[in-house]
Design a protein around this ligand. Structure first.
Ligand code: FES
Length: 106
């Protein structure tokens, strides 16, 4: 059974821009963006070293997330890390209900 939480209004998502949304009871914000019409959501913490992606995450033009702390890049389609294969950026399953965006944390 999924643990589904509300993150934001769909109108809060800006195509090509990273935004972090605080979710009650969740330690890190949920990051959401839209890439060429596809919604993407992932935790707001770098899997490399617990750094805030709200503060240090950058969306590169090639659908990659780059953490500015050590420069690691993550493929937002697969979550794969280009620099350390053992690292993986988790991506949340997204559900849109009416005007609201939800993600499955589990
Ligand atoms: S903390 Fe993000 S790449 Fe190291």
């Amino acid at each position: 059974m999924a643990l589904r939480v509300r993150v934001c209004e769909i109108t809060d998502v800006v195509p090509g821009e990273l935004r972090g949304f605080a979710v009650p009871g969740v330690t890190w914000p949920v990051m959401v963006t839209s890439l060429e019409g596809v919604l993407v959501a992932f935790p707001g913490v770098c899997p490399h070293d617990d750094v805030s992606l709200v503060d240090y995450g950058v969306l590169d033009p090639d659908r990659m997330l780059r953490c500015r702390v050590h420069g690691y890049r993550f493929d937002l389609d697969t979550g794969a890390c280009m620099h350390m294969p053992s690292l993986h950026l988790r991506r949340y399953k997204i559900t849109v209900v009416g005007t609201e965006l939800f993600v499955d944390l589990l």
